[in-house]
Design a protein around this ligand. Structure first.
Ligand code: FES
Length: 168
């Protein structure tokens, strides 16, 4: 009987990795699960970064180059943004109905950026994601890894300013 190798550990203890593991497990960790898994990562984090791609490659037993290849080939995947802080705004249906558009407008008027852009001082990147799996908390966003729900523009901006202050 073949030795069952231990599965690679997630990049950190962020709970969203568990949801990504569920996606891979449901597909039997088969290599054909790659695109679905990358979709899941992007949906939950808003983008793909290097640790995420390593984790997915190791878990599915694929060369890293293959994961990079797929990530950069399809325009629907975006690689890690440049800003020091990241605000992922969920633009899924539940969040949209509950006011995601106002959050996006708030980011636009306060920081002068659209989703997918980074402020010129490289402090903040704003990203859109399709359902981060917290629909009951709509409208939801993730600021530097922290999931925030039932958001108003004021609370979102206050949170972004808080993480910016703490980082200095
Ligand atoms: S639609 Fe926003 S969390 Fe699901």
């Amino acid at each position: 009987m073949a030795l069952q190798l231990a599965k690679p550990a997630p990049p950190d203890d962020d709970k969203r990795w568990k949801m990504i593991e569920v996606t891979m497990r449901r597909n039997g960790y088969a290599s054909h699960a790659l695109i679905e898994t990358l979709h899941r990562v992007q949906g939950l984090f808003g983008y793909l970064d290097e640790p995420a791609m390593h984790f997915v490659a190791d878990s599915l037993g694929l060369p890293l180059s293959k994961v990079y290849g797929v990530s950069t080939f399809y325009h629907l995947f975006s690689l890690k943004p440049q800003g020091r802080h990241t605000c992922v705004i969920c633009t899924g249906t539940a969040c949209y109905i509950k006011g995601a558009g106002e959050l996006i407008e708030g980011i636009r008027s306060h920081y002068g950026i659209e989703l997918g852009q980074t402020t010129p001082d490289l402090e903040l990147s704003a990203i859109g994601a399709r359902c981060i799996g917290a629909c009951g908390l709509a409208p939801a966003a993730v600021v530097d890894g922290e999931v925030l729900g039932k958001l108003t523009v004021e609370r979102l901006i206050a949170k972004i300013e808080e993480v910016k202050r703490h980082a200095t």
